[in-house]
Design a protein around this ligand. Structure first.
Ligand code: ADP
Length: 366
């Protein structure tokens, strides 16, 4: 995690070139271990892209390659079309916010926010106005004279965001910016970040998170990372409705993943024939059927799966049923169930043909 604030950019007052980030086959290795493997990804000007993946998948490394804190072993990083691979961090025009806020404890809020402007040698007379503007944007105008220790965690993070915005960056890098906050503050800050983005429509945002809700809420597109590789990229809706890999299916939302054989008009799960859109899958091929639990209903239907209840969890708005279907565990999230079935009871489950997604076997291995 970067301990120092990366706030610097083109000379203050100069016209800001368009943003946009491009990873051109970027690889990063530490001591011979590749932690980022040929990342190819573009963030358009004004776009929010979330890098989503489990811990250790290479997300922060990708972000730090944009910031200039790690040097790629191969490939190029471009910002606004310009190759910045060899530029030092303070010449890249980026603002960065990290999980730990990284505010200077001995500086007042206004001095913290002014820090990057001074580092990039903004004209002195411009600094107070730019600091006030950034604090205004983040709702911290009334706290300019305080020290970080006099602020809550959420307020400190707002100051960190104000500091990143003060330099009017063309690219904003956010590394798990909400993970130090409690759940309620997090959802408030998520709305705030969405608002800030609307106010800064030209700024490209790269947002690192392991939290799918943050990614689904905020991102125009999500790039799913696993084990140093980009596994999938698409809009939140695309990845949720039509995941391409088992990894994406289970990391973005919940998924039932069932081993099936492709048939002419669908798939076969053990002895059960199912009707599905098979796309370009070839009959006879092994595949994985992805079913979202909330799209599985109780009772018979067009595609019926028979099994026995193993567990029922009440989740307020839904019941989560766990059903053993011929040795496969199937989850169904059922609404408005007056009487929940008891464990061991035989049940029928069904799903609509358009709600089953076939994933080619082996795609998850990249
Ligand atoms: P993520 O952000 O997805 O959690 P990171 O990009 O931080 O993942 O890390 C990816 C891999 O690189 C991890 O295995 C991590 O231990 C390793 N790594 C990160 N930074 C360093 C470093 N400075 N030196 C050695 N290994 C590192």
């Amino acid at each position: 995690m970067a301990a120092r604030p990366a706030v610097a950019g083109p000379a203050a007052g100069a016209p800001r070139p368009a943003g946009g980030i491009r990873f051109d086959e970027v690889s990063v290795a530490y001591g011979g271990t590749t932690v980022l493997d040929r990342l190819d990804l573009t963030v358009e000007p004004g776009e929010v892209v979330a890098l989503l993946g489990p811990s250790g998948s290479g997300k922060t490394t990708a972000l730090r390659a944009v910031a200039g804190f790690v040097r790629p072993a191969a490939g190029r990083v471009l910002i606004g079309g310009e190759d910045v691979t060899d530029l030092p961090p303070h010449r890249r025009g980026i603002g960065m916010v990290v999980q730990s806020y990284a505010l200077f404890p001995h500086l007042r809020v206004e001095q913290n926010v002014a820090f990057g402007l001074k580092a990039q040698k903004a004209p002195r007379r411009e600094i107070p106005g730019r600091v006030a503007e950034a604090l205004e944007m983040t709702g911290m105008a009334g706290y300019a004279r305080r020290y970080p220790r006099e602020l809550s965690g959420g307020q400190q993070q707002r100051v960190a965001i104000a500091r990143a915005l003060a330099i009017r960056p063309r690219v904003l890098l956010l590394d798990e910016p909400l993970s130090a906050l409690d759940a309620q503050l997090r959802s408030g800050m998520l709305a705030e970040l969405a608002r800030l983005h609307r106010e800064l429509p030209d700024v490209s945002i790269l947002y690192v998170t392991h939290d799918q809700i943050e990614a689904l809420t905020l991102a125009d597109r999500i790039a799913v990372m696993d084990k140093a590789r980009l596994r999938d990229v698409g809009t939140p809706q695309e990845l949720y409705r039509r995941p391409r890999t088992e990894f994406t299916a289970s990391f973005v939302g919940n998924a039932n993943l069932l081993p099936v054989t492709v048939t002419d008009g669908g798939a076969r799960l053990d002895g059960t024939e199912l009707t599905l859109d098979t796309g370009d899958a070839l009959p006879g091929a092994a595949a994985t059927l992805c079913l979202r639990p909330h799209l599985v209903g109780l009772g018979e239907g067009p595609n019926t799966l028979r099994g026995r209840i193993t567990e029922v969890q009440w989740r307020g708005a839904t019941h989560r049923l766990y059903v053993d279907v011929g040795g496969h565990r199937v989850m169904a999230d059922v609404r408005e169930l007056r009487e929940a079935p008891a464990p061991d009871e035989p049940v029928a489950l069904h799903f609509a043909p358009e709600d089953g997604v076939l994933l080619a076997a082996g795609v998850s291995d990249g």
